[in-house]
Design a protein around this ligand. Structure first.
Ligand code: HRG
Ligand code: AKG
Ligand code: FE2
Length: 327
């Protein structure tokens, strides 16, 4: 069935999935079935939804963003102490305009954290590009501990949502575990979008973040309240605002889910416009497959399209993206 273009982004209360996460009969509960149906609808038709009932406290979500504000307010020389370079595995701080989307300098500064590799991956030639220690600032003092706690919680939440997505596709709940995504790579991007009229040469930048799809399985975005900035392109090509709804995550699917679902769940183009007068923070968490996994259509998804999606090794896809982002 062709996707049905939605004119608004649905909200899904994922609480039953979170509460019953470890129940072996997960897919049989009526409340879980209800969530699965909503997930299927959202993933087929728009690839985006707001998640409520996710169990991450409002205090933690707010804390993550306010520590990020504090960091970006520091003088440049202090921020540059955790500068991202090729030898840091592209992990660390990038100043305004360093990230590039399709040739335009994005109007944001950011810190990238990537999952650190265990010994099995350390020997992989492919992993060398993004290998290195994560870089944590000395200030704010609580930054590292709070972000690490946040990553732990979002890993658990993403796994729970993906159990629902797996059931929605008609697979077993643990489809995205084990050798597919049981040892998930992840990325945390702490992003700051300055108001454009605060810049000395606004003409040298593109928009906050140029249109793109995300690279992996699932993205969970925690954005500042009251600043509409994120836009999502629906299947009729219309840009919809994903306005902030305090206490929710904006969730979207990534490139790898398209391959695994053989085209049924397509990642959606989105972009960021920073037209507000205030500095905006957004902290997306990207939950990805195992770094060395070969992603190919799931056997029970082959019938979703006449053509078969081409397999890719997730790590190759990521490295290619990272290298073009900082060209
Ligand atoms: N890990 C993820 N998904 N990061 C998204 C960054 C998107 C901007 C990037 N310049 C691009 O064009 O892809
Ligand atoms: O800032 C946002 O709301 C989203 C950023 C984004 O799409 C990304 O970093 O992939
Ligand atoms: Fe994105």
């Amino acid at each position: 069935m062709a996707p049905h273009a939605l004119d608004s982004i649905p909200t899904i209360d994922v609480e039953p999935l979170v509460r019953r996460f470890d129940d072996p009969g997960l897919g049989a509960f009526p409340d879980v079935r209800d969530v699965i149906e909503q997930l299927d609808h959202a993933c087929r038709n728009i690839g985006f939804f707001y998640a409520t009932g996710h169990g991450v406290s409002r205090e933690l979500m707010d804390d993550v963003r306010s520590l990020s504000h504090e960091f970006f307010k520091l003088p440049d020389c202090e921020k540059m102490r955790i500068k991202m370079t090729p030898s840091s595995g592209y992990r660390g701080y990038q100043k305004l305009g360093e990230n590039v989307s399709y040739g335009m300098h994005d109007c944001h500064e950011a810190i990238d954290y990537f999952r650190e590799f265990g010994p099995e991956i350390q020997d992989l030639e492919l992993a060398k590009t993004v290998m290195g220690p994560n870089q944590w600032p000395e200030n704010p003092k609580r930054f590292r501990a709070v972000m690490e706690d946040y990553v732990d919680q979002l890993r658990g939440l993403s796994k729970a949502i993906l159990r629902g997505v797996a059931l929605a596709l008609g697979g077993e709940a643990d489809t995205f575990e084990g050798s597919r995504a049981g040892d998930p790579f992840w990325i945390l991007r702490v992003i700051g979008y300055p108001p454009k009229d605060s810049l000395e040469s606004p003409e040298s930048f593109g928009i906050g973040c140029g249109e793109h799809t995300d690279y992996g399985l699932l993205t969970l975005v925690n954005q500042d309240p009251e600043i509409p900035a994120l836009q999502v392109k629906n299947s009729s090509g219309k840009w919809l605002w994903a306005d902030p709804v305090p206490g929710t995550f904006v969730v979207n699917i990534g490139d790898m889910l398209k391959i695994w679902s053989n085209g049924l769940y397509q990642p959606t183009l989105h972009r960021v416009l920073n037209s507000a007068m205030d500095f905006r923070i957004s902290v997306p968490f990207f939950y990805e497959p195992n770094f060395d996994t070969k992603v190919e259509p799931l056997s029970f998804c082959l019938g979703n399209s006449k053509e078969e999606e081409k397999p890719v090794v997730y790590g190759e896809h990521l490295v290619k993206k990272v290298l073009t982002n900082f060209a």
